[in-house]
Ligand binder design. Sequence first.
Ligand SMILES: [Zn+2]
Length: 145
Amino acid sequence: MKQCNKCKEDLIAGTNFNANNLKYSKYICRSCEYKKSRKWELDNPIRRKELYKHWRTKHKGVYGIFSGKICLYVGESNQLNGREGSHLTWMKNEHLRKHSNHHNKLYEKMDAYDNKKVRVLEYTDNHVEREYYWKNKLNPLFNIL
Ligand SMILES: [Zn+2]
């Protein structure tokens, strides 16, 4: 068994150790990793702000829901990852859909299509404006219900 190279605790993947770290031979437990990144943040306040700003910009944009080559829906978001996730979760989770009105019609209609995928079409600060461009270009089937 591998030990954390900082606190020497036994590493159990998924419990106190992120299994992805194995790929990089990074033997450090979660709490030491957390402490390390907190320390970095405190030591590098300006760099941290920049990274955060970059991260925010990176997550604004336009996405599409596709079934093969058919475009079902185009939407914009200032938190692309969150939005991608919610669409996919909702498509997979009928129970959740039954308990909310939000987008219900959309998901019902999309049920007829297989292999749905959410794809980011463009990362941009102009996400509201660019949504029109992509709607015109792709003619999504269900943007107007
Ligand atoms: Zn440790």
